[in-house]
Design a protein around this ligand. Structure first.
Ligand code: PMP
Length: 418
């Protein structure tokens, strides 16, 4: 039978990290529910690490995709122009960019998050003619050499086995007092007479998804942008995880009013859990000659079909309002858990639909996640020491499901503490 894990233990050579945290074979999923091969039902508070912001098998996206396949719509087309791609570009411009007064070229860098980050680093280097990139402690940008080089996580970097060059890691906001890290950055740039190179780019997440839900303040973000402007440095915002509504607005930097030179999107941009990534580039920096950045799987037509349909959620502000209202309930729930359970030694982190509790008790967050799994809630931990348990549901999760999840998570905290 296929409902045991032995085949994975025997034949799968990867790290199998999720198989360890979620020891089950999954078969079906709908909305925020997942079932395993034994028929057990789980509530999904993980949402594909942000690839499933609209839940599993959204009925409208599914209908569009099935219809497209039934009509022999083209699947793979390399860089050729297709109707599905054109429709996506038009809809993305009309629904997302124009209403926000954003003018960007849309680039399809390859299928995944790390591809958009690599393309962002490349275009920043090409346009500025410089090489260095400044990134931040606890940032995470992907697993290929370039994106790994700008990820502030030594355990992940160790996977490359070699020192990674041309990057400078600075303390992220709230790892130092007030604005110390940016004062340092400015002094560092002013001192370039000493041989320090002016960097090509600064890359950051406004909320660090993998790094423990550390959240940059609006003022800090604005000051980073100002420094970038003063020195002609590219500001790259990696919205792969925090984008597409996670923080309550389509882009995570809308409240701060940033105008990044390059924006990286992936995960939920495909809408249905299908691989799609886009890199938004200010028109004046669209400097690649044809062929300077290509790839076999950049832009998958099935993903364009579901991505276009997913943008219906953004045609008015009702979806944003519902995300924001539910986010408040998540914050209230987490605040209550921290207050009522001093033994957690917890702190609420993050914002929107990417919040969690950082606990100073060693191993506690992992215990909470594993207790939750036993009780039918799938959730993950994050942070340098996995100190955060992370509530990361689909933005479409219903109020009832949220409440049901809260109850189970509360029981799991109790169990983990006892
Ligand atoms: N950037 C951020 C902020 C991410 O969270 C991730 C993935 N967790 C990536 C980049 C890399 O995306 P992918 O795994 O699709 O390569």
């Amino acid at each position: 039978t296929n409902n045991n894990l032995s085949i994975f233990e025997e034949l799968e050579s990867s790290v199998r990290s999720y198989v360890r945290s979620f020891p089950a074979v999954f078969t079906k999923a709908k909305g925020s529910k997942i079932w395993d091969a034994d028929g057990k039902e789980y509530l999904d508070f993980f949402a594909g690490a942000g690839a499933l912001n609209y839940g599993h098998n959204d009925p409208k996206m599914k209908e569009k995709l099935v219809e497209y396949i039934q009509n022999d719509g083209i699947t793979h087309s390399l860089d050729k122009a297709t109707e599905a791609k054109g429709e996506f570009l038009r809809t993305f411009n009309d629904v997302i960019l124009k209403p926000r007064n954003m003018e960007y070229r849309v680039m399809f860098p390859g299928p995944t998050g790390t591809n958009t980050v690599e393309s962002a680093l490349k275009i920043a280097r090409k346009v500025t003619g410089r090489t260095d990139v400044i990134s931040f402690t606890r940032g995470f940008h992907g697993m290929t050499i370039g994106s790994l080089a700008v990820s502030g996580n030594s355990a992940k970097r160790a996977g490359a086995g070699i020192p990674l060059n041309n990057t400078v890691t600075m303390p992220y906001d709230n790892f130092v007092n007030e604005e110390d890290s940016l004062d340092y950055l400015e002094r560092f740039l002013e001192d370039n007479g000493s041989g320090v190179a002016i960097p090509a780019a600064v890359i950051l997440e406004t909320v660090q998804g993998e790094g423990g839900l550390n959240t940059a303040r609006v003022e800090w973000l604005r000051r980073v942008e100002e420094i970038c402007r003063n020195w002609g440095i590219f500001l790259i915002i990696d919205d792969v995880q925090a984008g597409v509504g996670r923080t309550g607005t389509f882009f995570s930097f809308e409240e701060a009013g940033l105008k990044p030179d390059v924006i990286c999107l992936s995960k939920s941009i495909g809408g249905f859990g299908l691989p799609l990534a886009i890199t938004l580039i200010k028109p004046e920096y669209d400097k690649w000659s044809p062929g300077e950045h290509n790839g076999t799987f950049r832009g998958n037509n099935h993903a364009f079909i579901t991505a276009t349909e997913s943008l219906s959620y953004w045609k008015d502000d009702s979806f944003e309002k519902s995300i924001q209202a539910k986010s408040k309930r998540i914050t209230e729930f987490l605040n209550r858990i921290v207050e009522e359970n001093p033994d957690i030694q917890g702190k609420v982190r993050g914002r929107g639909f990417m919040q969690g509790i950082a606990s100073s008790v060693e191993g506690l967050s992992e215990r909470v996640a594993s207790e939750a799994f036993k009780r039918g809630v799938i959730m993950e931990t994050s942070g340098g020491k996995d100190e955060v348990f992370k509530l990361f549901p689909a933005l479409t999760m219903t109020d009832e499901e949220l409440e049901q999840g809260f109850k189970i998570i509360e029981q799991s905290v109790d169990a983990a503490l006892s």
